[in-house]
Design a protein around this ligand. Structure first.
Ligand code: F0G
Length: 459
């Protein structure tokens, strides 16, 4: 009767388990040295808690595994395709749904059609693959995030919002060169921060007034809708699916990585309203991804995503999801570990610039911190700082604006005791932070260097 409890209950029981391999600190020191101090080079079996990404790493539900048994592998017109299409259109009622093997394939097809030299694509913040696919066509990718979104410590409920004044100004000058305006919900590269419904309506209104298409990069749409439900005046009584449908109704299309909120291990799609654009995109789809009723996916993948979409908007799940990410972030923040605030939806971002102020930016404080988290506790994270963004197109090297380490939380995969362990490890590493040294890059590939670079510790 009216009791409230603070323990976060995982809204599921564990039905099938996967063993974790325990390793000693000495084994990990050897493994990371052999990997050239790059966490992407590790064997995943040498990782205890893998927070490298929330992409494709979630646990599927009993009902998703059951749906997989209904997978129909007909080349064309499979019933699995029709179930997938209906599940997508139930939340995102765009006229055309075009399946792809993952999000970046949808980006590649779309920008191949509408990009090109002289074009500009604005976004709140482009994710790396989105930026790369825009730039690969010769177009320019422009980020128009609000000022609050650039500062790790500033508290704002919707730090992923687009700067509407800057957007209006850009459209007034260059409308003819802008084929589309994008909005990434939530803003992954900016700390997993949400965009408000008011801001989405604002972007939509500006685009419609200028006659420019408005698209969503919607990987974490359900988490974004939950933040709207929790934080935006007047939204608390609405169903999550209803908020999602309104967001879709404000846009002309979307790209999606189904490896995030839709609980796929693989998959994605492109959806558009425009018939002529859809036809051009389907023509390209057939060249690389496959026939339009499967894209790059097996029938069983389409089934898993169709079921995953239903689970992604359930309020019990989303409450747990957002609370459990905040549980990790707030515990670290309360212990004095600097993190991006407020805590985002899918990840906690450690501020390595603040924690390792004694390490010069081009000696990679974020890399030093992520290597230490692995050596000390077997935790794999991802540097988002000068390693990822430091190399400039003109060949020079320049510090990134933030030195972050992302702890991305796979969906439904780790329990609260795993996370309690992560908190303990991060606190121990933070306590010893003054003793950590930077790194020198000894092998650097030409593009996307963070994936395959090798390093040496600076003694
Ligand atoms: N857009 C955003 C906002 C993303 O976060 C990602 C992937 C993509 C597009 C591309 O989707 O991987 O299916 O091709 N993000 C992953 C991550 C890789 O770790 O954040 P994809």
């Amino acid at each position: 009767m009216g009791h409230t409890f603070t323990t976060i209950i995982e809204p599921f029981r564990i039905h099938s388990v996967e063993p974790l391999r325990m390793t000693s600190e000495a084994e990990r020191a050897k493994a990371i040295e052999d990997s050239g101090y790059n966490l992407f080079n590790l064997h995943a079996e040498d990782v205890l808690i893998d927070l490298l990404t929330d992409s494709g790493t979630g646990a599927m539900s009993r009902d998703q595994w059951a749906a997989i048994q209904h997978g129909d592998e007909s080349y064309a017109g499979s019933p699995s395709w029709f179930r997938f299409e209906a599940a997508v259109k139930d939340l995102f009622p765009f006229r055309h749904v075009i399946p792809t093997h993952q999000g970046r394939a949808a980006e590649k097809i779309l920008f191949a059609v509408i990009g090109g030299p002289g074009k500009i694509v604005p976004n709140n913040t482009h994710f790396d693959t989105t930026r790369a696919n825009v730039e690969a066509t010769g177009a320019e990718a422009v980020d128009l995030l609000i000022a609050e979104g650039h500062d790790a410590a500033t508290i704002h409920p919707f730090k992923g919002n687009m700067d509407l004044v800057a957007l209006e100004r850009l459209l007034a000058q260059r409308a003819a060169d802008i084929p589309v305006v994008f909005l990434t919900i939530t803003n992954n590269s900016g700390g997993g921060q949400p965009v408000s419904l008011e801001n989405i309506r604002g972007v939509s209104e500006i685009c419609r007034r200028h006659g420019i298409a408005f698209f969503l990069d919607s990987c974490r749409f359900a988490e974004n809708a939950w933040f709207i439900h929790e934080r935006e005046p007047g939204q608390g009584e609405r169903e999550i699916a209803d908020i999602v449908r309104e967001i879709a109704s404000l846009a002309d299309g979307m790209t999606m990585s189904a490896k995030k909120d839709p609980f796929g291990n693989i998959g994605g799609w492109l959806a558009v309203n425009d018939d002529a654009l859809a036809e051009q995109c389907r023509n390209l789809l057939i060249l690389t991804e496959g026939f339009p009723t499967y894209g790059g996916l097996a029938g069983r993948d389409l089934e898993a995503i169709a079921q995953g979409l239903k689970e992604a908007v359930h309020p019990d799940y989303l409450r747990y999801r957002i609370q459990s990410t905040a549980y990790l972030g707030n515990a670290l923040s309360d212990a004095g570990v600097p993190v991006v605030l407020p805590i985002g939806g899918h990840a906690v971002y450690l501020d390595a610039k603040a924690l390792l102020a004694h390490v010069a930016p081009l000696e990679y404080p974020g890399q030093a911190l992520s290597v230490a988290l692995y050596q000390v506790g077997g935790i794999r994270s991802c540097e988002i700082g000068s390693v990822m963004f430091g190399r400039q197109p003109d060949g020079s090297e320049k510090p990134a604006s933030m030195e972050l380490v992302r702890l991305a939380i796979p969906r439904r995969t780790y329990t609260q005791s795993h996370i309690d362990y992560v908190i303990e490890v991060v606190k121990a590493v933070a306590k010893d932070a003054p003793s950590l040294r930077g790194y020198r890059m000894v092998h650097e590939p030409r593009a996307l260097r963070h994936f395959t670079a090798r390093y040496e510790p600076i003694r």
